[in-house]
Design a protein around this ligand. Sequence first.
Ligand code: PRP
Ligand code: ADE
Length: 176
Amino acid sequence: MKIEEKEKIEKLIRSVEDFPEKGVIFRDITTALKDKEGLEIIIKDFTDRYKNKGIDYVVGADARGFIFGAAIAYNIGAGFVPARKPGKLPAEVESVEYSLEYGKNSIEIHKDAFEKNSKILIVDDLLATGGTAKAMVQLVEKLEAEVYELAFMIELSDLKGREFLKGYEVYSQLKY
Ligand code: PRP
Ligand code: ADE
């Protein structure tokens, strides 16, 4: 992504203090997504990075990861697989519990989501502690597929998610 594109996206992200609880600065991406040039810059950058890499499936994290994941998958000619909050997927699932910057949750994927040894790109809007992303890695590996890389629009560097994901390739468009 060019420097001026990065600056444009940075300006479009809205920071909201004390949401969803005191002490958290919430990085609101809705203000960047609703801007047609902003949306184009974000999706094009991911598309350029991941096209022609032999990625079979893009896995997006519930809910904000779906926005990017499906668009990237379509653009690179891969399938899209949702990793969902508990109780949402109708068929047999694999499940992993994880901690969040605020709270705890678990995430699920359909057991038949992809074939063994598939090449997987994990996508989410934001990397904070890395709890969600690590859970996604565990889900992919439970299905005996291979994580190609993890891609985020935003990385909150202070929370050290990248270290938590040591051993895996991590890409982020913007760092805070
Ligand atoms: C947010 C964000 C990431 C995760 C990052 O999701 O979209 O998925 O937190 O935090 P972590 O790196 O500490 O795990 P959230 O669970 O708030 O769900 P949402 O997308 O449904 O808003
Ligand atoms: N998910 C986890 N931490 C977040 C933050 N600070 N802003 C937006 N989404 C988040």
